[in-house]
Design a protein around this ligand. Structure first.
Ligand SMILES: NC(=O)c1ccc[n+]([C@@H]2O[C@H](COP(=O)([O-])OP(=O)(O)OC[C@H]3O[C@@H](n4cnc5c(N)ncnc54)[C@H](O)[C@@H]3O)[C@@H](O)[C@H]2O)c1
Length: 239
């Protein structure tokens, strides 16, 4: 586990699943962690600061980051994790459902990076980790809006990486494979079996598997890594 003592980290979608695992791992690594979500986060340890925050709300993003700046004087790590799934195929996808998924999964990442860049540019350092998906790089049938949003996160991450490399700010994406969370446990058995059956390791991962990759990318041990798409997927994308 890298040492993140002295770092200040903001994680979205931290009430459960992967975001919860990331917030706990960053705190275990020594970072001051501010965890946000639209859900209750009382399950997180008292050492983690929690805030109510919808990632589609640009004004709220500015408030949360301003509070972090005024309390800690800096923001070192942003993890854009909050996301929703959507399973509709192109021919049945309603525009409102497309917009809901794009708003949370893609525009939420845009707003987060914009808000975090303000302190990161001022301090001349920072690490952004955006959570995409294996569905950002390879398609399964259906899930049209989710695919679009998660692929967009990859290109947005690379754009941030090349745009701000000279300012000391790194941006990387993690592509989780099938991870055991409330999201996947709420999916149909058929869909879960399709993902797990196509995973070379033959089993899914846990939030801690994603959290370990995020902690590494966020840390100074990854100081020469930017613009990377890192699959953490049991080999799914290697097929
Ligand atoms: N679980 C997987 O197998 C898997 C695979 C690939 C990618 N991902 C991605 O990982 C991330 C986390 O997924 P998860 O499986 O933990 O999902 P989850 O549904 O278990 O948790 C997602 C969290 O995001 C929060 N959230 C939703 N909309 C929000 C909003 N508008 N503002 C703030 N918070 C919001 C939810 O309240 C929830 O706490 C998502 O971006 C997802 O697309 C998950």
């Amino acid at each position: 586990m890298p040492d993140l003592t002295g770092s200040v980290a903001l994680v979205t979608g931290a009430a459960q699943g992967i975001g919860h695992g990331i917030a706990c791992a960053l705190a275990d690594a020594g970072a001051v962690v501010i965890a946000t979500d639209i859900r209750d986060q009382s399950d997180l340890s008292d050492s983690i600061v929690t805030r109510s925050h919808d990632v589609t709300d640009g004004e709220r993003w500015r408030e949360v980051v301003s509070e972090i700046e005024s309390q800690h004087g800096r923001l070192d790590i942003l993890v854009n994790n909050a996301g929703v799934s959507g399973y509709d195929s192109l021919h049945e996808l309603e525009l409102a459902e497309w917009q809901r998924i794009i708003d949370i999964n893609q525009t939420g990442v845009l707003l987060g990076m914009q808000a975090a860049l303000r302190p990161m540019l001022r301090q001349g350092s920072g690490s952004i980790v955006n959570i995409s998906s294996i569905c950002g790089a390879a398609s399964v049938s259906g899930v049209a809006a989710y695919h679009a949003s998660k692929h967009a996160v990859l290109t947005m991450t690379k754009n941030a990486a090349v745009s701000y490399a000279r300012q000391g700010i790194r941006a990387n994406a993690v592509l989780p494979g099938w991870i055991r969370t409330p999201l996947t446990l709420g999916q149909t058995d058929d869909l879960n079996e399709a993902f797990l059956g196509a995973t070379p390791m033959g089993h899914g991962g846990e939030p801690a598997d994603i959290a370990a990759a995020v902690c590494f990318l966020a840390s100074s041990e990854a100081r020469f890594i930017t613009g990377v798409d890192l699959p953490v997927d049991g080999g799914y994308l290697a097929r």
